[in-house]
Design a protein around this ligand. Sequence first.
Ligand SMILES: C[S@@+](CC[C@H](N)C(=O)[O-])C[C@H]1O[C@@H](n2cnc3c(N)ncnc32)[C@H](O)[C@@H]1O
Length: 220
Amino acid sequence: MIERPDNRSYRLRGDRQTLAQENAYKRSWSAFGVELSGTIKPAELFPGTSVQIMEIGTGMGEGTALIAAAFPEIGYIGVEVHKPGVGALLGYIERMNLKNLLLIKEDVHMVLHNHFENQAFDAFHLYFPDPWPKRHHHKRRIVQPDFLQLIHDKLKPGGYIHIATDWVPYVQWIETIFAASSLFTGGKIDRPEWRPLTKFEGQGIGKGHVVTDLKYFKKD
Ligand SMILES: C[S@@+](CC[C@H](N)C(=O)[O-])C[C@H]1O[C@@H](n2cnc3c(N)ncnc32)[C@H](O)[C@@H]1O
């Protein structure tokens, strides 16, 4: 078992929810939230699916919900520390009547270390991770050598991580960390047409940000 890491990869923003988020939480956490106890087996959470994917840092959840709606045959687990985001995504799950998306509210490092067996997932999605632009904050970027080891352990053979970011220096950081590791192979890819353009991403593009997609496959 590990505790919450000292170097948090997220900002502490408080748990103040809007009324809509709070109400969605009250109504639907018991149906779509996964409590953290013992070992969680993704295939058992989504009977009838043969592929299960974890999205790390779902934010307000718009993109997560659109992807789950587009691929009803895949089981998705979204992990987010920020309670208002979880409430917002529960609202999407309700309105879009999604049956293939469940949520965990905790730091993904603890979640994966403590509650999932190795080779639990077909893929990870990591979209627009906090860029931590200041040099003295780089250690808080989620993409780190120990993170690569963790996701490598939790991926099935042939599994992959798909990352998107609109922070060019973070692209270089990601490429450097993956290049220094023998655990993965891959790099930049074209934006898959199924990855939804969220409000967050649209705002970045409006400010002139260049969005890069990267995909790295687990080496056995
Ligand atoms: C910049 S936001 C992007 C959100 C969303 N993926 C999107 O594209 O709009 C990054 C999110 O990752 C979450 N996050 C960062 N580190 C995390 C961790 N260790 N475990 C769970 N969530 C994390 C943050 O709380 C934040 O909501």
